[in-house]
Design a protein around this ligand. Structure first.
Ligand code: PMP
Length: 389
């Protein structure tokens, strides 16, 4: 009998299982109007990042269909032969939407963070990451070769001391999510801009969860907090409010040209499917033309947070957007409450370590513009019931 080559992995999986941290998988069919189907049951989907409900919007579907005549896959990386008319149009559309001269596309938001940060930072530099930054930002800083330092956004004085100590580094980068994906709070961008300016650092902000949702024009937290001009680099994704898939950086031409030349995740990956680019262009039209979608979503989220708190649940006070965490301490409790909610017809995510720190396992509830007021009221009542048990 051949030895089991993967016995060490089986041991690791058994350990994860023992800690309640084993990740299972299943198939979820997303449906229009905030619904989904799981194992043959229709559930209201409160686990999606399709914040504006655009992934099923007929205008996006029609746009994607129209671009399929150009083939399904792009067939090559952008600089070889994969960048076609729809890619060029989307770059222009994103640049105009963001009020920037140029834009570059990436296969995903993850790839955008990885490629951008690794193209800008390197050995001899110092990269400062918020301790709750998304994995892609942390991985990007590690990959860059810069010296990685972690800071807490609730202790900016300590952070400033660390930043000052890095005066001898070739360059300093401060890297942060704009809307934190697990806590639903916004980064203190004005304070971070001030620190970056004072200590000659470049601020890189990932607007993944905020594009389309925050700001008068829907550009994100930097717009909402009035600091767009002061943030050096803003990275975005097409996979959340924009309802498609892909990542992007819109910015000054020099920055974008550098990323075309040095961001390996876009140089060495096949270009986005043209139909995705067409759908994303249509989504940006909607984001510009229908600000009421984001306004209603944020008002609904605010009401929802109040209802949960009134029911005695722990929703962080700093939470500002459509991502609403309900902190439930241990991973097993989070899993149980999510399972009970599912029995009641609601799909919500249970988030456990290592995605969040130990002791802060939680429900991560995401509201979208596709949900009705009644959906959200019923969910609030169900969460209160299930978490009390
Ligand atoms: N940044 C943040 C903050 C995210 O939450 C995510 C995805 N969950 C990403 C980047 C990656 O985006 P994408 O899914 O487009 O790869």
């Amino acid at each position: 009998m051949s030895p089991d080559r993967f016995a060490w992995l089986a041991t690791g999986l058994a350990e994860l299982d023992g800690e309640g941290l084993l990740r299972g998988r299943r198939s979820v069919a997303a449906l229009p109007d905030g619904w989904c189907e799981v194992d043959g049951r229709r559930l209201r989907n409160f686990a999606s990042n399709d914040y504006l409900g655009l992934a099923h919007d007929p205008r996006l579907i029609e746009a994607a269909r129209g671009a399929l005549s150009g083939g399904v896959g792009a067939g090559a990386s952008p600089l070889v032969a994969g960048r076609g008319e729809w890619h060029a149009r989307l770059e222009q559309r994103l640049a105009a939407f963001e009020g920037q001269p140029a834009a570059v596309l990436f296969p995903t938001g993850y790839a955008a963070n990885l490629g951008t940060i690794a193209a800008l930072a390197g050995r001899g530099d110092a990269a400062f990451c918020d301790r709750l930054n998304h994995a892609s930002l942390v991985d990007a800083c590690r990959l860059s070769g810069a010296r990685l330092r972690v800071y807490r956004r609730d202790r900016l004085e300590d952070f400033e001391r660390e930043l000052a100590k890095a005066a001898g580094a070739a360059r300093r980068f401060v890297v942060t999510d704009s809307l934190f994906s697990m806590d639903g709070d916004a980064a203190p961008l004005p304070e971070l801009c001030a620190l970056a300016e004072k200590h000659d650092a470049l601020l890189i902000v990932d607007e993944a969860h905020a594009t389309g949702v925050f700001g008068a024009r829907g550009r994100g937290i930097a717009e909402w907090q009035g600091v767009e001009e002061r943030v050096a680099v803003r990275v975005g994704t097409l996979s959340k409010a924009i309802g498609a898939v892909g990542g992007f950086v819109a910015g000054p031409r020099t920055l974008v040209d550098w990323l075309w030349n040095r961001a390996r995740t876009q140089i060495y990956s096949t270009a986005l499917p043209p139909a995705m680019c067409a759908a994303a262009c249509a989504a940006i039209d909607v984001i510009e033309q229908e600000p009421e979608r984001r306004e209603r979503l944020r008002a609904t989220a605010q009401r929802f947070r109040h209802e949960l708190r009134d029911a005695g649940l722990v929703v962080p006070a700093t939470c500002v957007g459509p991502i609403v965490p309900v902190i439930l301490d241990g991973p097993r409790r989070a899993m149980r409450v999510a399972a009970e909610l599912e029995d009641e017809g609601f799909l919500v995510a249970a988030i456990r370590p290592p995605t969040v720190p130990r002791g802060t396992s939680r429900l991560r509830i995401t509201l979208t513009a596709a949900h009705s007021d009644r959906d959200v009221e019923e969910l609030a009542a169900a969460v209160a019931r299930c978490a009390a048990g």
